[in-house]
Design a protein around this ligand. Sequence first.
Ligand code: MN
Length: 253
Amino acid sequence: MAIYAMSDIHGFIEPFEEALTHVDLSDGTSRLILLGDYCDRGPASLDVYRRIMGLQEEFPGQVIALRGNHEEMLLEYIDIAPVDLGFTQGWILADVNLKTAQSFLGEDAFAEVKHLLMRRKFEDAYLLTTDYMKTRHADVIRWIRRLPYYYETEFNQVFCHAGIDEEAGDLWRIGTPKEYFTSMSPYYTGKHFEFDVIAGHISTEFVSEIPGYHDIWFDGASHYYIDGQTVTSGRIPVLKYDEATGTYSGPGL
Ligand SMILES: [Mn+2]
């Protein structure tokens, strides 16, 4: 039995498919844990969401998808639209080149949105986009709303998008603010914790301080960082934990 993890797919379906070739769930008990940030940056956010939903149907109970800060942002821009049209600016800045919107809208609806934007009808473009996402892809949006913040295993492991409040000790489950799970900085790098903490969010190049590094990085204490910055590297490193040996493997380890 093995536990696989990957993170920060960010709309890149081809590197995701390549990474999946390193994952074997055929024994019915191995697990794949995805650490969030499925959308934005790459061209195929909707395809990534639907692929993960499909995997969960294909391998019931074996595929765990957590939420990242980009899921929080996506829900925020969908939910804020009807109440605060002033948010349009933030939406346009956050979804660079509107790639995520484009993946949800398809060609015709996106052409209409672009047309509205060219005529500087920002609010109409925003409403059209969010309406379309909420009605045509209601199942995906509902699925995103239910994504958990962390996942624990029986092997003393915590998987999350960004991190947990380790200073809270045993109380980390209730002591960690939601925004820490999805967005905290790697404060505890190099420090020992009673659990192994496996996180994405911060690129391994940044956290390791090794220029050009895009593999998995272990801090020598309790932390595995697995965001290989796909937008730059073109690939998604897969962490594998082998139950029989109690060891981790993957690119860079
Ligand atoms: Mn993130």
